[in-house]
Ligand binder design. Structure first.
Ligand code: F6P
Length: 542
């Protein structure tokens, strides 16, 4: 780590002793210094353990390590994925058609816009029924088969933007190799009116290929014909898509400089364009581009992703908070925590530096979450009174897309109350005051006090969107992408590879013969794996 981090640690160690409530007493207007307001969004990090001095030092640090310069060089095509020698250019996917971004000497923008044009034509054809199934009926069900970034992004976005969707087309997402996922999905579909999108950059991913073959077999065995009318693919592997019987003009390409978890802006977003229409899809890209420009052009102290990314790092490294919970107070964002789990943990769940040295510091916190208010009635007990301190992030939309009486106001009140409660807590005097109105004896009251105390002092950030639209969702997602980038730069890791998923994959392939036939259990297996496999056999054959 750059030397300046030592200074940050010193400031943070002093601040660690101060209750967050005190920071608000010291400076009653701190929210104005520690928040950003845009016409369509508000970001409040005043409930994080920072003060002006500490932030100043963080900005000096950010300048010294060149966070902004590194981001701009990534946007211009530098090989930021150093272990695979690849550029990292999801930002180019939402750049305007007159941008000029080069990979290996070639401007990639014309290719991107060529694919966007074919997404437009195809999605419009599906939506207006001119592209239809083998009986001439319009498609009513779209089944996206893919996993990881080829599922989580489009799945989350289609759910989040359901309000804007064409209602006579149902979107389905099949990812799990558990046959139940496909079976339950196909129970809702008819071969005549179902279109399959096989989404896989490599077109080799085991789960996706197993589901794709099973889906094709279901289609053919249930009266379907003309598979080529009912299938399309999003992939960089034309050889495999052709071998699978997908017409070449129905393969939407993408490139090795798009990482899976950053690919929703590419043709992986085809299902989104079909669901909400191409013009809304463009708005989604425009929202992300707005954030790209913000990150590239704003001064560090006004850059929302840089400030939030630095605070994320501070929580991990200086305050020992290794858990980050995302609570969207918006039903449409129910899947947002799951999407962020891949984006953040697959990017920054690393323990060696870019140059291969074991790190002496922590990296990504555990990302998890669930929508409020459901989460309040589930794990908020731990957030308020548990021994584990968690960095809590609230996301809420000021306007509801489905207003109904005062329900949305109730939701907003819950969101505002929870972040305040996490910070303030509840003192003994306050508990006693509450208990004074009860008929409990003094002994009973005394016994209850420790259970009803809230230490408070638990940090949170609140992000408010004026309204959930394709534009604001794109902006929000890009904000998290760039925060993740900032974390990776500070931690000196390669945020754009994912070697950690490979070992389990190869071991599963090696164990498949044994799962099928116990005679094939390899000799060198540990006894736990061996007994697990033979017990599975015993139960399956009982
Ligand atoms: O799980 C690893 C991973 O490579 C992810 O990064 C990626 O999103 C996913 O698998 C799917 O890969 P593909 O699109 O090639 O099927």
């Amino acid at each position: 780590m750059n030397q300046h981090w030592n200074i940050i640690e010193q400031y943070a160690s002093v601040l660690k002793q101060v209750h967050l409530k005190e920071l608000f007493i010291e400076d009653a207007s701190r929210v104005h210094a520690f928040s950003h307001t845009l016409p369509f969004a508000f970001v409040d990090y005043s409930r994080q353990r920072v003060n002006a001095q500490l932030l100043e030092e963080l900005y000096v640090f950010a300048k010294e390590i060149g966070i902004k310069e590194q981001f701009v060089s990534m946007m211009q095509g530098a090989k930021f994925n150093s272990t695979e020698q690849r550029s990292v250019l999801h930002t180019a996917l939402r750049a305007p058609h007159d941008a000029d971004i080069h990979v290996d000497g070639k401007n990639i923008i014309p290719d991107i816009h060529r694919v966007l044009h074919s997404i437009r034509q195809f999605s419009e054809g599906i939506r207006d029924g001119s592209l239809c199934g083998y009986t001439g009926k319009a498609f009513t069900d779209i089944v996206n088969i893919g996993i990881g970034g080829s599922d989580l992004g489009p799945n989350m976005v289609c759910n989040a933007l359901r309000f804007y969707a064409k209602r006579d087309i149902s979107m389905h997402f099949v990812s799990n190799v558990d046959p139940t996922h496909l079976a339950e999905t196909l129970r809702m579909c008819s071969p005549e009116t179902t279109l399959f999108i096989i989404s896989s950059k490599t077109f080799t991913t085991e789960e996706t290929m197993a589901n794709a073959h099973a889906a094709k077999a279901w289609f053919m065995n249930n009266g379907g014909s003309s598979w080529e009318l009912h299938s399309c693919a999003v992939s960089a592997n034309i050889t495999n898509t052709s071998a699978f019987g997908i017409a070449e003009d129905r393969v939407f390409g993408f490139w090795d400089w798009v990482g899976g978890r950053y690919s929703v802006w590419s043709a992986i977003g085809l299902s989104i364009a079909i669901s909400i229409g191409y013009e809304q899809f463009e708005q989604f890209l425009a929202g992300a581009h707005e954030m790209d420009m913000h990150m590239a052009n704003e001064d560090i102290e006004h850059s929302i992703p840089i400030v939030l990314g630095l605070i994320d790092v501070l929580n991990v490294m200086c305050y020992d908070i290794h858990s980050h919970v995302i609570i969207p107070y918006d039903e449409y964002l129910r899947m947002f925590p799951a999407f962020l789990q891949q984006m953040i943990m697959e990017s920054n769940g690393k323990s060696v530096s870019k140059d291969g040295h074991e790190l002496a510091h922590h990296t990504s916190p555990i990302i998890w979450g669930q929508p409020g208010t459901d989460a309040q009635h589930s794990f908020f007990q731990l957030l308020h009174q548990g021994t584990e301190h968690v960095n809590t992030e609230f996301i809420v939309c000021a306007q509801s897309l489905n207003p109904n009486g005062d329900m949305h106001e109730r939701l907003l009140a819950n969101c505002a109350a929870q972040s305040a409660a996490l910070m303030h807590g509840k003192t003994q005097n306050e508990v006693l005051q509450d208990l004074s109105t009860t008929t409990l004896s003094d002994t009973e009251k005394r016994a209850l006090i420790p259970h009803k105390l809230f230490s408070g002092n638990r940090p949170s950030t609140t992000i408010v969107l004026k309204e959930l639209t394709p534009f604001t969702l794109g902006w929000l997602m890009a904000l998290y992408e760039h925060r993740t980038f900032v974390q990776g730069i500070v931690w000196e890791i390669c945020s754009f590879d994912q070697w950690g998923v490979e070992l389990g994959k190869s071991m599963a392939s090696a164990l498949l013969p044994a799962v099928k036939d116990p005679e094939c259990i390899p000799d060198n297996q540990d006894c736990s794996t061996e007994l697990l496999i033979s017990t599975l056999h015993m139960f399956r054959n009982a």
